[in-house]
Design a protein. Structure first.
Length: 378
């Protein structure tokens, strides 16, 4: 079903930069260098410059980026990796796939990111890493997470699939791009992400020369010299066609973030103060690039609101309806309902509204009016 006001408008975004994108794609077609062509190397350099990070290793998608990061850390089966239960499945999936144990820690009720004050109590001798997720576009409390990691000798892998371009201030007073504070950062270029390709794509970044070299090898069958395999690796490379698209779109990433931020201000103004709606909080140490604009509803029938919006041609979505510790495939890890009350409550209360680079005041006013109509009548 195609709605008048979808969650994202990728076609509208493409049309604005069509000549540039089409030319970049044509260049790749003319070169027919589809695997590891020049645009991939160029993109790796461009993104590294943008992030102010030493190494960027492009790969096949954001899930692979997380998997490659964990593979590079030399973890042993049964080792524990701390993460949040309120995220996209990929974060915990790679932990489980590598025969590691996902250890969940509840999230904060206002920013929806991992609660650093609850990390210490789950650290054991087997704990080896933490994967904070910069959910919906804002950075988790990295200063607290890093000090915990230093205290217990843990590696930190940042999942910044939803927050590429966000910036945080650390306890040293310096500013860092999301994903560049921990040992390894991971992102996704899934088309609807803030920097979206025209298909799958992802990247891993790090300041560490050794990790960078290992991740690059792991992503290409564990080989440095062709047909000589130093590691058991995977096949996860960014397509040259996708790199060509991303080279163009990276130039617009900050402008895209501004458009999203402007839209968020309009939503915030319209909804804040309403006792049935909690607008998304932004932590003081980070900005927010609004991959999603996610409200919490109290005393409102969420399904009813979604139906009402849908009848007016307005999309809405629930990210995420089931926290990861209650997912069927993860029951063997022994978690139960009630273990993470904040994540469980959020799963029942959140609703995400359309927010994207092609928002106009007109679109937004229609959405705001529809939401307030329903909320005030019910
Ligand atoms: C999208 C996403 C991923 C996975 O990225 P893919 O490119 O779809 O594999 C991982 N973590 C989070 C938080 C995401 O939103």
């Amino acid at each position: 079903m195609s709605l008048k006001y979808p969650m994202v408008d990728l076609y509208g975004q493409y049309l604005k930069i069509k000549p540039e994108i089409d030319a970049a794609l044509q260049d790749v077609l003319d070169e027919t260098a589809f695997i590891q062509g020049p645009a991939v190397k160029q993109f790796s350099k461009n993104l590294a410059d943008y992030l102010r990070v030493k190494h960027v290793i492009p790969c096949g998608n954001g899930t692979d980026a997380l998997q490659l990061a964990l593979m590079a850390l030399d973890l042993q089966p049964g080792d524990e990796v701390i993460t949040t239960p309120f995220t996209f499945i990929a974060t915990a999936e790679v932990i489980a796939l590598l025969n590691l144990k996902p250890v969940f820690v509840d999230v904060l009720p206002d920013t929806y990111t991992i609660d650093p004050s609850k990390i210490e109590q789950v650290v054991t001798e087997k704990t080896k890493a933490i994967i904070p997720v910069h959910l919906f576009g804002q950075v988790a409390d990295m200063s607290s997470i890093m000090s915990m990691a230093r205290k217990y000798g843990l590696s930190v892998v940042e999942d910044t699939a939803q927050a590429l371009g966000a910036e945080m201030e650390c306890s040293d007073g310096k500013k860092y791009k999301a994903g560049t504070v921990g040992n390894i950062g991971c992102t996704s270029f899934f088309p609807s992400k803030n920097l979206g390709a025209f298909g799958d794509g992802g990247a891993v970044f790090t300041q560490d020369d050794k990790l960078a070299e290992k991740i690059a090898q792991l992503s290409n069958h564990g080989m440095k010299i062709r047909y000589h395999h130093d590691y058991i690796g995977i096949n996860s490379r960014l397509d040259t066609l996708q790199a060509a698209v991303l080279n163009v779109k990276l130039k617009y990433l900050d402008e895209y973030a501004l458009t999203r931020q402007k839209a968020a201000v309009i939503y915030d103004r319209a909804f804040s103060g309403n006792p049935k709606l909690a607008t998304p909080a932004v932590a003081p140490f980070t900005n927010h690039v609004y991959h999603q604009y996610t409200l919490r509803l109290t005393g409102i029938d969420r399904a009813g609101l979604m139906d009402y919006l849908s009848a007016k041609g307005i999309a809405s979505a629930i990210y995420y309806p089931v926290p990861l510790h209650l997912q069927k495939a993860y029951t063997s890890f022994g978690y139960r309902k009630g273990d993470f009350p904040v994540a469980e409550l959020l799963s029942d209360q959140v609703i995400s509204l359309p927010i994207h680079t092609e928002m106009t005041d007109e679109i937004q006013q229609d959405i705001v009016n529809a939401v307030l109509d329903y909320v005030n009548k019910n």
